[in-house]
Design a binder for this molecule. Sequence first.
Ligand SMILES: Nc1nc2c(c(=O)[nH]1)N[C@@H](CN(C=O)c1ccc(C(=O)N[C@@H](CCC(=O)O)C(=O)O)cc1)CN2
Length: 288
Amino acid sequence: MTAQIISGTELAKEKRAQLAKEVEQLKSKGIEPGLAVILVGDNPASHSYVKGKQKACAEVGIRSILLTFPDTITEAALLEQIKQLNADPSIHGILVQLPLPPHIDELNVIETIAPEKDVDGFHPINIGRMMIGQKAFLPCTPYGILFMVQSLGVEIAGKHVVVVGRSNIVGKPVGQLFLREHATVTYCHSKTKDLAAMTRQADILIVAVGRANMIGADHVKEGAIVIDVGVNRLENGKLCGDVRFEEVKEVASYLTPVPKGVGPMTITMLLHNTVEAAREYGHQQVQR
Ligand SMILES: Nc1nc2c(c(=O)[nH]1)N[C@@H](CN(C=O)c1ccc(C(=O)N[C@@H](CCC(=O)O)C(=O)O)cc1)CN2
């Protein structure tokens, strides 16, 4: 079997075209979706992701503002900035690019963002609402993965989804999203015994570890759908995923590439959440 490659770039293009129309409709009602992006420090990857987010906003007609701070900013000063944005009626979405410098407590920062402006879907209120099946902003990478799998038209209910990785922003929430779709979900992590025996049970295998090329053909059941979330930069400057693409493509039915797989969907679902935030809350001033 040779896998069909799921193009995140193509899916993102289709979804962004639809979002651009929705933004036009909102603007005709006097609502211009606005996103505030906060960037702390000089991590080159973070700068590049933020640039990508701003470019994508411009593409669909979302107004974005960028607030940059040196990595010496105090946590108190950063929280104050967020409170000001919470009170700004022209801003519907706020995101703080992660990771933050070690002296700043990420959870304090995330919890300071008003849940109705938390377009990253990281606030404990949104995570909690997601887990009990209530309306919530869904974290962008997990949401993008679900969107990709749903776009294949395969039934998710009853499928065995194995997630490798348990980060708060990808591994844990992606399992919950598939559980909400009635999949049977298994989480694997660094302490899992006989990883290959677990991953070979997966109908849908989602790998989000951040270790280059760790998953090979021997980890994958014939015909499985394999989603590679890893973005690893090699010494030669090239990007590669957590999955050994050339090997696994001979076993899987569908496979995402790196780059141009899950990455472009992350930014697209951020645009989706920002449009939703403007639609839901755009007409009212958030009081704080
Ligand atoms: N506040 C947030 N911080 C971080 C998030 C997030 O969702 N919210 N996720 C990651 C980084 N990230 C978005 O912020 C992100 C990562 C990767 C891509 C992407 O498109 N990758 C490309 C390759 C890019 C490259 O050349 O380096 C791809 O896979 O094709 C987009 C966004 C951590 N922080």
